[in-house]
Design a protein around this ligand. Structure first.
Ligand code: BGC
Ligand code: ZN
Length: 353
């Protein structure tokens, strides 16, 4: 009997069920330690995420954020007890995928564990190919390593930013200001990484900073701005607006961002909540983008190197920045409530297997 959390893509609901045994075929057998729950999972459970699809039949094992321990290395170079983080995305057939950059897949034929076309990690154990496992230490697990999966997205954002800043006169990002919209897990992780490369960070949301986030803000020296006040200029005095990252999944931010950001600024669109852009992108906004020489980057997923950078970042800075505190709740697999609703005071909820 192997228990796992099953969803039916397109339909609401999730259940903990017997999902049957698999055969290993030389693959690594991983015992699941923790799986993280994020907005993507909740959209799937609500039956609302249009991109989701089953691996076979109409069932999908949920879960793309995981930390596990190697039980049986199979024919791999892993050792029993190694801690591993499985990669979410699996290659399609394009040149980027062949080069290990399925995060930049061009033919759209990739799959994503727990999201589209591949069973995920919310189960007691799973078999995985060595090339899709990233080593995260060995022995007993610091729970903060569950943040490696969301953090890998941040490492790709960092790479993307450094890839484009050279088109302006940005000789470095040091002392430039980054405004980060959204103070959930991704927003706070983006804040900690941009602060670590010397940027001044402004965390932004529309309600007030939760206590755990206030603590992280102190550790990384970030300011906070409540965008409900509407007075962006007052915030700009504290942290210049050279860069804007949408980690809130509110694309309408783009319009305000274009209006307020400095010349040669960079706007990174990361959140995929997709609440929808209410106003139309008009000629004035586009003229502003041109006239200010702005760069807008859409950024999703990350490659193996970003997972490795994420693991290193968490090992090096986890304690200093108090990243473990971002885990605000640990739930048993039987407790389905965490899959459908955000918990009070939640930053990151995890399931312990
Ligand atoms: C994951 C990414 C994935 C994206 C879209 C995110 O939650 O972290 O790896 O590409 O969802 O499916
Ligand atoms: Zn996620």
């Amino acid at each position: 009997m192997m228990k796992g959390i099953i969803v039916r893509p397109g339909l609401a609901g999730a259940s903990l069920d017997d999902i049957g045994e698999e055969s290993g075929n030389g693959r690594v057998l991983v015992k699941t330690l923790y799986t993280g729950v994020c907005g993507t999972d909740r959209e799937i459970v609500a039956g609302k995420l249009s991109i989701t699809r089953a691996e076979r039949g109409d069932r999908l094992v949920l879960g793309h954020e995981a930390l596990g321990s190697v039980m049986d290395p199979g024919s791999s170079s892993f050792s029993k007890g190694d801690l591993v983080v499985p990669m979410v995305r699996r290659p399609g057939g394009c040149a980027n995928c062949a080069a290990g950059r399925q995060d930049y897949c061009m033919d759209g034929n990739f799959t994503e564990a727990g999201i589209r076309g591949k069973d995920g990690f919310m189960r007691e154990s799973f078999y995985e190919e060595e090339r899709f496992l990233v080593k995260a230490g060995s022995g007993s697990a610091g729970i903060e390593k569950i943040l490696a999966e969301p953090m890998k997205n941040v490492m790709k954002i960092r790479e993307s930013i450094f890839g484009v800043i050279g088109r302006g006169l940005w000789d470095s990002v040091k002392d430039k200001g980054a405004w980060i919209f959204g103070t959930g897990t991704e927003g706070l992780l983006i804040g900690s990484v941009l602060s670590s490369v010397g940027m001044r960070v402004m965390l932004v949301n529309r309600h007030g900073l939760p206590e755990i986030a206030q603590e992280l803000a102190r550790h990384i020296g970030a300011e906070f701005f409540n965008s409900a006040s509407g007075d962006w200029a007052s915030g700009e005095n504290a942290v210049p607006m050279d860069m804007i990252v949408d980690a809130a999944g509110a694309p309408s931010i783009l319009l305000d961002a274009v209006r307020n950001i400095r010349h040669t600024g960079v706007i990174v669109l990361f959140g995929t909540g997709g609440a929808g852009i209410e106003e139309k992108l008009n000629g004035g906004t586009i003229l502003n983008m041109v006239d200010k020489n702005l760069t807008v980057i859409g950024c999703e997923d990350g490659a193996r190197e970003h997972y490795e950078q994420a693991v290193d970042f968490i090992s090096e800075n986890g304690e200093k920045y108090g990243l473990g505190k971002l885990i605000t709740g640990i739930f048993p697999p039987e407790d389905a409530s965490v899959l459908s609703a955000k918990q009070v005071g939640e930053i990151k909820s995890v399931i312990k297997w």
